[in-house]
Design a binder for this molecule. Structure first.
Ligand SMILES: NC(=O)c1ccc[n+]([C@@H]2O[C@H](COP(=O)([O-])OP(=O)(O)OC[C@H]3O[C@@H](n4cnc5c(N)ncnc54)[C@H](OP(=O)(O)O)[C@@H]3O)[C@@H](O)[C@H]2O)c1
Length: 321
């Protein structure tokens, strides 16, 4: 399967390493890479690994359409920067792929949070696959769980700790550091959004909450419909006072079916240390689903990094293959 990759940042490069390490078992070929400021490379016969690894790109293609046509791929892989306000230009990138009869995979939650129903319909009309496992909790099964293993179960709601950056900031403050120090540590780990404000102000979590609601609760919502408060008002003094009481803070995403839609919120919640939502360390993420037939159960990912995000994209590609 030939791949046209849009975005070659932390996730793109980790995916490149994974594709190379598994190339004998899974014969994917990268035929194009397109970036914002670092140019474009395209060859329908496949780009040599040496060129991919050195990121030797030529002049930037004039448009996403020109890039996809030049790459001649079977599947577009959308890995550009999150825009939680509009989901663009990623939505247009995916539309251009479906219009060319390509499959599409994305780790960018913007399109799922803003236009999941429309994009799914475009993929269906094109007779192509559309996958997005990495948009919430990297490669841990969140969306594929429902696709493959839980027939007939209806999701009634969810509660999750889905943003790693805020956990690192809170833990840094608990250990005596400052807010900015925690944010810098998360940035050094490659887990923050391009604009770290999206993490600490709660917009990354809002986008994940809207994406979950669109796919699992049929909500047809957007991040703007999520009631959001991030962690920016938390001070190191307050965090340490809470820690002395045996508690901690987590940025929690909650969603619930309500009437014809869903009620959705993101809040910094004070939790007992023994609370399941508080129990995981470091960059770990956790989601609990409330269901009609399976009670409450969940998925945990312990200290995932960008390699696990790349795996989520890879797992989508393998299932399309
Ligand atoms: N990092 C993680 O742990 C993680 C986890 C789950 C999901 N995600 C999602 O995965 C996506 C990629 O994350 P990342 O960490 O790899 O981001 P990143 O390091 O900031 O890289 C973003 C890439 O997208 C390119 N880009 C931005 N706008 C573009 C445009 N209009 N056209 C073409 N290319 C464009 C950039 O080009 P330049 O190189 O020229 O700037 C860069 O190569 C994001 O949507 C993020 O939310 C990331």
């Amino acid at each position: 399967m030939k791949l046209a990759i849009i975005g070659w940042g932390s996730v793109g490069r980790a995916l490149g390493r994974l594709l190379k390490s598994k190339r004998r078992e899974y014969p994917f070929r990268i035929t194009g890479i397109h970036t914002l400021r670092h140019g474009t490379a395209a060859d329908p016969e496949g780009l040599p690994w040496s060129r991919v690894e050195a990121a030797e790109f030529g002049p930037r293609a004039a448009s996403i359409e020109a890039f996809l046509d030049a790459a001649g791929a079977d599947c577009a892989v959308e890995l550009t920067t999150l825009n939680p306000s509009t989901g663009e230009p990623a939505i247009s990138h995916l539309r251009a792929a479906f219009a060319r009869g390509m499959h599409a995979v994305t780790a960018n939650k913007g399109p799922i949070a803003h236009a999941w129903a429309e994009l799914s319909e475009e993929a269906r009309r094109a007779g192509r696959g559309f996958r997005y496992e990495s948009t919430v909790m990297d490669g841990a099964p969140v969306f594929n769980l429902w696709r493959h293993t839980m027939p007939a179960v209806k999701v009634l709601g969810f509660a999750g700790v889905l943003n790693s950056t805020t956990k690192i900031v809170i833990e840094t403050m608990e250990q005596g550091g400052g807010f900015e120090e925690g944010l810098a540590a998360a940035r050094a780990m490659g887990i923050t959004e391009g604009d770290g404000a999206y993490d600490v102000e709660g917009w990354d979590s809002a986008a994940k909450t809207a994406a979950l609601a669109n796919v699992l609760l049929d909500a047809r919502t957007t991040p703007q419909a999520v009631s959001v408060r991030g962690i920016t008002r938390l001070t190191p003094e307050r965090v340490r006072e809470i820690a002395r009481q045996g508690k901690t803070v987590r940025l929690v995403s909650r969603g619930r079916r309500s009437g014809t839609g869903a009620s959705l919120r993101v809040r910094a919640e004070v939790l007992d240390r023994a609370d399941l939502l508080a129990a995981t360390p470091g960059t770990s993420n956790l989601i609990l689903f409330e269901t009609d037939l399976m009670g409450t159960f969940g998925t945990v990912s312990v200290n995932p990094g960008v390699e696990q995000t790349a795996y989520g994209v890879f797992s989508d590609l393998v299932s399309l293959l």
